[in-house]
Ligand binder design. Sequence first.
Ligand SMILES: NC(=O)c1ccc[n+]([C@@H]2O[C@H](COP(=O)([O-])OP(=O)(O)OC[C@H]3O[C@@H](n4cnc5c(N)ncnc54)[C@H](OP(=O)(O)O)[C@@H]3O)[C@@H](O)[C@H]2O)c1
Length: 270
Amino acid sequence: MTESLSRGAEIAVIGAAGKTGAAVVAALEGLADVRRVVHTARRPGDFAVDLDTGTGLDEALSGCRGVYFIAPNVHPDEPALLRNAMGAAASVGVEHLVYHSVAWPYTPLMPHHVDKARCEDALRTFGGLRWTVLQPCAYAENFAAVLAGTATTVELPYSPDAAFSFVALADVAEVAARILAEGADIHHGATYELGGPEALSVRDLCDRSGGPVSVNQVSVDEWMSRHGRNLTDDGRARLAAMFEFYDRYGFLAGGALLESLLGRPATPAM
Ligand SMILES: NC(=O)c1ccc[n+]([C@@H]2O[C@H](COP(=O)([O-])OP(=O)(O)OC[C@H]3O[C@@H](n4cnc5c(N)ncnc54)[C@H](OP(=O)(O)O)[C@@H]3O)[C@@H](O)[C@H]2O)c1
């Protein structure tokens, strides 16, 4: 939990310990008009919450004006987690819930995207909260070692030439923080698709990296045997469906809203 002397809103970030959550917390902590940032995570921390049961949410969200909801990746029932958070937020008088969705949520070939489409619908029809939805494309930071120039090999379970509108996670986090600070009077009812500034493939990222990087496409099964061992069967199936989709269609999103919300050009992926 971070306190600053300036007056302003209290904002809670649900899922603060993850990759996205840490970026949103960092962006919020740089804003003078946010008085206090409440971090929630599954692990004991500032506020330990269990999104599956809702335990700890009322206490964590109490006194907050805004909440940023980030679900764990490829959860088997993301709508149930959001329902727990919406119920707790409404019961303690939160004004504004901002939901971290994804670009192209209604994509029947990707069940975890469809769950986010269901979440968006649940939020819009809930009635007890004002809301905003952010729909980021794939983060450039999914290839952090390539961006840092330290990768020598990238193993991919889809075509290295598939096109993505990779977006900088820090840009997404800056927009999220600004929307939370500005609040529901300005952003209630809005759904913002957040793509990066150009369509790039993973091969393009590797070509722009500091040193030579070899890109190897492997089968989804091969990739899972090396990188998916800690996932549940359901999690593996959801990721496999995503990789098969990426291979055929890539994953693009518009960048105009991101730049407009940032008030500056978006950060290039490389
Ligand atoms: N990666 C992308 O390119 C991208 C693009 C658009 C949208 N997204 C979405 O962004 C979201 C976050 O992704 P991420 O990679 O940042 O996730 P992440 O790093 O895996 O973080 C997920 C967080 O959720 C927590 N968590 C898991 N189960 C929980 C439970 N039952 N109760 C409370 N907390 C729980 C985890 O806590 P522990 O640390 O204790 O496990 C972790 O802090 C996902 O929904 C993903 O679909 C990702």
